[in-house]
Design a protein around this ligand. Sequence first.
Ligand code: SF4
Length: 460
Amino acid sequence: MNPAVVRVTRKDALISPGLDAFKAEPAAFKVYTDRQMDQIPQLARLPEETRFDMKVVASVLPFRVNQYVIDELIDWDDIPEDPIFQLVFPQRGMLKPGMFERMARLHRENADKAAIQALAHELRMELNPHPAGQMEMNLPKVDGEVVEGLQHKYRETVLFFPSQGQTCHSYCTFCFRWAQFVGDKELRIASNQAHQLHAYLAEHKEVTDLLVTGGDPMIMKTRHLEGYLSRLIEPEFDHVQTIRIGTKALTFWPHRFVSDADADDLIVLLEKLVQAGKHVAIMAHYNHWRELKTDIAYEAIRRIRDTGAEIRAQGPLLAHINDHADDWAKLWQEQVRVGIIPYYMFVERDTGAQHYFEVPLAKAYAIYRDAIRQVSGLARTARGPSMSAAPGKVEIQGVTEINGEKVFVLRFIQGRNPAWVQRPFFARYDEKATWLDHLRPAFGEEKFFFEDEFEAMKSA
Ligand code: SF4
């Protein structure tokens, strides 16, 4: 299919009053980091102590927010409870008391930048910056050399981290990739080598899915995204059937798909991939139904769906943000209403400010169950609660009693060994456990069925 022909067709079809209005006055992207926090007018209404706390936390964990999030998504009459405020603004509890006090002392003493940075680095190292064996286990090699910016954890899926997409339109306070955003180069995984991506994919015919991820790949200019993706329509990449793009731009900057200077080019690129026979999936990150409620967010969703790409929604379950079944039910219902497919409810990972956001697995399961009961079949595509742990994605399927023992019923949705997938296994019920590592096998067994094999993989 000639892309030029597609473009003409699309332009006609895309005309709508909403789109014209957004394009007539495109919003400029304005961002604030910890250095410009004081310039956010809405923060002036908060007590000085709260603002100090935020600065202390922001010197350890990354902070970045843009004007759209501040003006359109946060309800400033509901601070600090507002879920979007919690999602982007640092809170005192995000650092454990000992850590917070050490950093607060430096700020109170007006310590120099070098001292603050040195302590920040030390504290970050205590926050498990690379969960799930990212740095040791998932790095693919060609001729014994590590290919930068790729991860190949599951047989059929390769993750690609383009270097131009390693930041985001705003940062989530709970992000499991937070380590990439704090300037420590050793914590960053990224590549700008399109040829390495293409060489690896050409060689690995078992790979059916490419996941472009970040940061947020939608922060990239379309021409960069095109450099990575447009070659995939060539016959040597026929085995790569699905192109997934992980993004939170539909929440943080929907203008990317609507009124940014290269928004139309992006729409054309998505369409070109779809027309060439690729399954294109925008893996949208959502935490709260409020993220879907602006006109421009709706327009962005409409434009993407018009290309033939699908949008699947996923996000973690988080204390302070979305730990209520009703909010999840409303989120999934709203997604289905606008044509998005609910995909995953994740468990908050064991990194960063986990202690602040974590929800015990037992409670997470109850929230999932109570939410899924409220929605129709089309919204029951959401799987979960799922832990993206080092051996694989483990879903809590239920809580039951077997031979008088209360247990969690678990299964691998994805596993480092594909043979593990779908096999049910059982853990002793533990009301406080928040991650796979906390669980012990049920029925008096010493190990879970996959543990020996997984240990052998780690030392290979
Ligand atoms: S948008 Fe995604 S990668 Fe970026 S901060 Fe949020 S969770 Fe992390």
